[in-house]
Design a protein around this ligand. Structure first.
Ligand code: MRU
Length: 342
């Protein structure tokens, strides 16, 4: 199923909070509905958030009542500021919004309706490039995935987290399509179970063998020699190769190092934030305590308990065996490799 669709001047977002039980689209006619969907994680995953925000900006622009180019740009910048505040960690969000703003800032003076057309075309290009980039990432990643590989992944970096095909799951898909008999272990990924709900759903649909484990089983799985490699996605990569991804990724990387298992990250180049010297500068979102005290709306912990709920963590570059991008594979020293590929 498509993660998102633009139809008749509206954005349809597959509501990922309801998967796998129910596959329904949310209809967004204004940027406020898109912002709510991003905050609620109805649309989630760094590249998907970026693409949804780009279309959200078009919706916001369509509602502006402006006469000239300058007034229009000021209005769109305000909407972009609003969308940008929805989730802080995934750099793809601001990357996409900036790219959208650039498309109209660099346009010749034009009527608002023509500028909206330019924005819509740019949003479509962002979407399409993401899809194409993921397929290329899959091709590059093939050299790292041996026949019969048993692959552990964390969270969901699949079709649902992108414009399609996926980053980490895209690499797995490419190996499967190339005829390598790969199998997947999916960490359930507490607190919101993106691994259990979304990664397993995608793998089952694709016919790729998948085994679900709870997050605390990964260490024993590696100890028993049952994992050949790890591949995960990312929300932001600093210029030194430090990687922010779903909370729990760091623990998986430490376990992988201890057991001699390669730890790969698959992400588009837009996830690299060249402005940041290290992962310490990456803003980490903290979410509602209810996500930890409750599972599926049912309270699991007593009232009054203190909760810490960071949504992401940072894996130091030293634990990352390679970063797979649509432009090729990056290896340490990352600072140099990233600059060379820029
Ligand atoms: O909170 P989420 O579900 O948006 O977190 C998603 C992840 O951490 C993904 O691994 C990451 O965004 C990469 S998606 C290609």
């Amino acid at each position: 199923m498509d993660t998102m669709k633009w139809e008749d001047g509206r954005l349809l977002l597959l509501d990922q909070t309801r998967l796998p039980g129910c596959a329904e689209y949310i209809c967004c006619e204004d940027h406020g509905t898109v912002a709510e969907a991003i905050k609620r994680l109805s649309v989630r995953g760094a590249p998907a958030i970026g693409a949804a925000a780009a279309y959200g900006l078009v919706l916001g622009a369509m509602k502006l009542d402006c006469r000239d180019h300058g007034e229009f740009i000021a209005g769109v910048e305000k909407v972009a500021g609003f969308l940008s505040g929805t989730r802080p960690t995934a750099v793809n969000l601001n990357w996409a919004l900036e790219r959208m703003l650039d498309s109209i800032r660099s346009a010749a003076p034009a009527r608002p309706e023509d500028l909206i057309d330019i924005m819509l075309r740019e949003a479509e290009v962002i979407y399409r490039e993401d899809l194409e980039g993921n397929r290329k990432m899959g091709e590059h990643g093939l050299e790292l995935i041996p026949e019969g590989a048993r692959i552990l992944t964390h969270c969901n970096a699949g079709s649902l987290a992108t414009a399609g095909y996926g980053t980490a799951l895209g690499v797995i898909r490419a190996a499967h399509e190339a005829g390598r008999r790969v199998s997947v272990y999916a960490d359930e990924t507490r607190p919101l179970l993106q691994g259990a709900r979304l990664t397993c759903w995608e793998m089952v649909q694709e016919g790729i063998p998948v085994t679900l484990i709870t997050d605390n089983m990964a260490g024993y799985l590696m100890f028993r020699g049952m994992v050949d490699l790890v591949v995960v996605g990312s929300d932001r990569i600093a210029s030194n190769g430090d990687v922010a991804n779903k909370i729990g990724t760091y623990g998986v990387a430490v376990l992988a190092r201890e057991h001699g298992v390669p730890f790969y990250v698959a992400a588009p180049f837009s996830t690299i934030d060249i402005r940041l010297g290290s992962g310490l500068e990456i803003p980490i979102e903290e979410r509602n305590p209810d996500e930890v005290t409750h599972i599926g709306g049912v309270r699991m912990a007593p009232e009054g308990v203190g909760v810490w709920n960071p949504a992401f963590d940072v894996t130091p570059a030293g634990l990352v065996s390679a970063i797979i991008t649509e432009r090729g594979i990056l290896r340490a020293p990352y600072e140099k490799a990233i600059r060379a590929m820029y």
